[in-house]
Write a protein that binds this ligand. Structure first.
Ligand code: HEC
Ligand code: HEC
Length: 214
């Protein structure tokens, strides 16, 4: 496929993604321009280490031939000298998508409302065992303990989405993305769901045991 053609095929997808409707509330996430100016331009303005330059449609067209979703996955997980999430773990996958859209188009895209990709390469259970357990098992630094409803209850009042956001962006002693910048929003959310499920199950077990003893 010629480069011009690649860009031609890409442009409508970028424009459309920005127009995707159905969400009444404006997402609180940062704009593509904001993210690029503050984070990505450090390398992508000058082309440091071979980073494709902002607005270089030829360089981006070649890369985007694999598809925007795959390109975004690579930027989320990191690829060669491109650090995971641009080296800033607290950026959401949506903010990454907006930044990519902005850089590919040289600032002409409309910010997408939905992330191009949020890969799931590890299950919630595996991730909890591999990482979250370390602090959320015994309650290190005040982390809400898995299986302890009293710890989780006040936090659950905020709603699961808000808690998932805390896991992405960090919250007091909780490091952004649990300190693993290559994790996606989806992976963190399923790990959170697993911890909450384990906790609800433990609470239900306690209730039925109490009932049996009566
Ligand atoms: C420390 C330097 C650095 C920063 C900061 C950085 N990048 Fe990159 N980026 C690179 C380099 C180098 C490459 C080329 C990697 C390669 O293909 O060898 C790259 C490649 C990419 C690619 C193409 C990946 C592919 O599969 O070809 C995307 C998308 C990308 N960056 C997005 C971003 C976004 C979005 C940000 C800001 C949130 C960002 N980058 C911040 C250095 C950086
Ligand atoms: C290095 C220790 C550490 C690791 C690893 C860790 N957490 Fe935490 N986490 C904490 C601490 C400490 C808190 C309590 C922070 C506070 O007071 O809100 C917390 C709180 C949270 C909260 C509640 C935030 C809120 O808004 O109330 C969520 C959700 C969470 N962690 C998810 C996760 C997930 C998911 C993982 C694994 C992918 C993980 N954590 C791994 C230390 C950790």
């Amino acid at each position: 496929m010629s480069l011009k053609k690649t860009w031609g095929a890409l442009a409508p997808a970028l424009l459309l993604s920005g127009l995707c409707i159905g969400q009444a509330l404006a997402a609180p996430e940062r704009s593509g321009k904001d993210v690029v100016d503050s984070v990505c331009s450090g390398c992508h303005a000058t082309g440091k280490d071979g980073a494709p330059r902002i607005g270089d449609t030829e360089a981006w067209g070649k890369r985007a031939a694999v598809g925007l979703d795959k390109l975004t996955e690579n930027a989320i997980s990191g690829v060669r000298k491109m650090p995971a999430h641009g080296g800033q773990a607290s950026l959401t996958d949506l903010e990454m998508s907006r930044a990519i859209s902005y850089m590919i188009s040289g600032g002409h895209s409309v910010d997408p409302k939905k992330a191009f990709a949020s890969p799931q390469r590890i299950s919630g259970k595996e991730l909890v065992e591999k990482r979250c357990q370390e602090c959320h098992g015994a309650g290190k630094q005040g982390a809400p303990r898995i299986g302890n409803m009293d710890d989780w209850n006040p936090r659950l009042q905020k709603g699961l989405d808000a808690l998932a956001k805390s896991a992405v962006q960090g919250h007091k002693g909780m490091p952004a993305r649990a300190g693993m910048a290559h994790l996606s929003d989806k992976e963190l959310k399923t790990a959170l769901e697993y911890m909450v499920n384990q906790t609800t199950n433990a609470a239900q077990k306690k209730v039925s045991e109490a009932n049996e003893q009566r």
